[in-house]
Structures are given as C-alpha cells and as structure tokens.
Ligand binder design. Structure first.
Ligand code: PLP
Length: 405
C-alpha cells in the first residue's frame, strides 16, 4: 500500500523515553526522577489502602454489570466530583449552574474543554489559549488538535526560581479582552511554583476587568498540601468572584488511579438554563468522541466520595503521599544546604509545592546527571520528588552537588 509513504517518523514522548532508558539501565543505584507518578519509600507504585478496600466492595457487588454508563458519566460520581472541587457549599452548585461530564482522566477533561471552547467560545479574533511558560507539554498538543493556537504568558522566573508575578499580571493586562488563560489550580507542573492567595486575588481582579476566561487544570487536588480544600482554594475563590471558568479534574494522582482514567470536566455558567444548554452540547461532543466513559474507576471514586468513612480514609491516604513528598523536600534541602554546602540558594526546594520541583539546573547539568550518575530527569531540570526515598536521597544530593560545582 502506498497510503502511508508520506508519514514522517515522530519522536518518542520525552518522558516515556526517559522511563524506557531508566528501565534498561543495569546500574544498581540508578534513580528515576523523571516520572510523574507517586512512588512509596521503596520506590514502588502505591495502591491506596482505601482503593484496595473499595475494589473488594465492587468485586463482591452482585448488582453490578457491564452496561454502558450514561454519556455524561456515572451520575453519583459526577455530582460528588463537582462537590469535591467546588466545595459542597458552592453557590454554583446550589444554584445549579454547573455542567459536569465524566472524562478520560485529566487529559480527556482538557481535551473536551478545549473542544467545547473551540466550538462555542465567543473568541475575540482567532482562537488562542494562553499557556504558562512553562507548562505541561501536553497542553500544546491538546489545544492545537482542536484548532486553538497556544501562546505563552510569563510565569516562571529563572533568576528567583519562583513566580514571575509582574510578568504574569502584565500579560493578563495586555491580553485582548475575553482571552482564555489556562491556569494550574495547584501544584503547577512542571515548576512546583503556585501563586499565593493574595496573588490569586489580584489575578482574579484583572481577569474580571478584562473579561478573561479561566481554564483551570486541576490534576493534583490534595497532593500539593495534603488538604483537599486548601488545594481547591483558587478554583473556589474564582467561582466566588464570578470569574467565568471551567475546571478539568483528574483522580490519577490523588487516588493513584492513573491507568483507570477517572476525571471530570466542570463548566460553570451564569444561570441554570445556560448550564443546561452547555451540558447538552458537551454530551453531543462526548458522544462522537468516546460515546460513554469507562465505569470501573468512576465506581471506585464514587464509593470513596459518597461514604463518609471511606472519604476520611482517603484523606488520610492523601496525607501519607503529600507528607512523604514534603518531608523528602526538607531532607533534600537539609542535605544540600547543611551537609554538602552546595553552592547556590536552594530555598525553592522547600518553597515549591507538589510532586515536581524545578531545580534550576541547566540542560548540560541535567544531561551530566543522566550520563555520569544514572539519574534520569528531563532536560529542563524538573525532578519528581516521588522518585526520591530514604535509600537514594543521599546519592541524589551528592550527585546534584557535583553537577553544580
Ligand atoms: N494536567 C496536568 C498539569 C498534569 O500534570 C497531568 C498529568 O501529568 C494531567 C493534566 C492529566 O493527567 P491524567 O490524564 O493522567 O489525569
């Protein structure tokens, strides 16, 4: 067949490529800080105890079958997921202004949200999404796939290894009215740098002034601080201020359900009637994309969210993960600053939040870590704290120290 002669060979995904190289490396002390998935202190994937419990409940439930879910998803999952991110006392929920749809995890929520915007958003000119510089690389592909052009806004400041607050606010002010800004709700990937509550307030002010739209991506609720409510601050605050917005929600990280693809898209409207129209169109789009979302993961999360005891247990599991990461940050910081006296300022290691940290090292130093120390990380110097543990943290710190000297 001649059909595919013009197909160029695509490069492999850089993160998955890193994982393959790590797996193939026989060096005993090798370290993988590239991957964005939680690992326990033994460097093993962690099945949350509460997930084990609800899996057993599902297995023994004789009433369950494999019928299709509704197009918009499992109703008791969707309503509980909306409460989780928006807060059970959310005015948007009590006023029935939220259109929620179950999606293929956070990626699917981003895609469906982008697709919906591409069709119905009242664009001021060509469809453009403003993305933080840097952002999760997949955001570029997801928006381009639906004909929305990505355009950066300043976010990370390489000198302070923190937020470029003035640059960010300036971009909000200078953008054409009704621009769409993608915002990471918490635990910004890849930098680990989040605005403070005061900064979020100022961001909301400008967004309201300019009539901008907030496209929130929330992949790490609970994972950042260990507290589900605290990590939902920005989203709830923006809803309270009536900034027009949608939220993409993922249960991959906070429930450790990566492969089950559990997520949701919530579009907030100004009236119930508007929400009904939005939901109807989301449903039409979903039908042609996936017809019906998968049931297993949604059932697991639904059991956890709708049972008070299981919900409390989940919160404890989330704290276990978040606190391990927070303590690893502290340990790494102490090793670098007190013991090794590594040159430079390392405050960002403890100031950044979530699984990822931007170390501030350059691509040459990153490559040296891969080549000389068998420490696998992306060229941008991002490390996943989850890849560090009591056994490898000293090896990692000593080699990071060498790389920057
Ligand atoms: N958004 C961000 C910022 C992420 O970091 C991720 C995962 O790495 C996702 C969305 C979506 O992940 P998933 O599709 O596994 O829920």
């Amino acid at each position: 067949v001649e059909a595919w002669q013009q197909v160029p060979l695509a490069p492999p995904d850089s993160i998955f490529k890193l994982t393959t190289a790590y797996k193939a490396d026989p060096f005993p002390q090798k370290v993988n800080v590239g991957v964005g998935a939680y690992r326990d202190d033994h460097n093993k994937p962690w099945i949350l105890p509460v997930v084990k419990k609800v899996t057993a409940i599902l297995l023994n439930d004789p009433t369950l079958d494999h019928e299709y879910l509704p197009i918009t998803g499992l109703p008791e999952f969707i309503s509980a997921a909306a409460k989780l991110i928006l807060g059970s006392d959310s005015p948007a929920l009590s006023e029935a202004r939220v259109a929620s749809v179950q999606t293929i995890s956070g990626t699917g929520a981003n895609h469906l949200g982008a697709l919906f915007l591409s069709r119905y958003y009242p664009w001021n000119g060509q469809p453009v999404v403003r993305l933080s510089n840097p952002t999760w690389a997949n955001h570029y592909a997801i928006f381009k796939n639906v004909g929305i052009a990505p355009n950066d806004y300043p976010y990370y400041h390489p000198v302070t290894i923190g937020l470029d607050y003035d640059g960010f606010l300036g971009a909000l002010r200078d953008a054409v009215p009704r621009s769409v800004f993608l915002l990471h709700a918490c635990a910004h990937n890849p930098t680990g740098v989040d605005p403070t509550e005061e900064q979020w307030a100022a961001i909301a002010d400008v967004m309201l002034e300019k009539g901008h739209y907030a496209f929130f991506d929330c992949a790490y609720q609970g994972f950042a601080s260990g507290d589900l409510d605290r990590d939902a601050f920005a989203v709830r605050y923006f809803v309270g201020r009536k900034v027009p917005l949608l939220v993409c929600q993922s249960f991959a990280k906070n429930a450790g359900l990566y492969g089950e693809r559990v997520g949701a898209l919530h579009v907030i409207s100004s009236t119930t009637e508007e929400a009904t129209r939005v939901r109807s169109q989301l449903s039409v789009l979903q039908r042609s994309e996936i017809s019906n979302p998968p049931s297993h993961g949604a059932r697991l999360v639904s059991l956890i969210l709708n049972n008070p005891d299981l919900f409390e247990e989940w919160k404890r599991d989330i704290k276990t993960m978040a606190h391990r990461i927070i303590s690893i940050r502290q340990e790494l910081y102490d090793l670098l600053t007190q013991e090794l006296k590594t040159p430079g300022n390392w405050d960002h290691i403890i100031n950044q939040i979530g699984m990822f940290s931007f170390t501030g090292i350059n691509p040459t130093q990153s490559q040296a870590l891969v080549d000389k120390a068998h420490i696998y990380l992306t060229a941008n110097g991002r490390i996943s704290m989850a890849g560090l543990n009591s056994k490898n943290i000293r090896y990692f710190a000593e080699n990071l120290d060498k790389a920057v000297r």
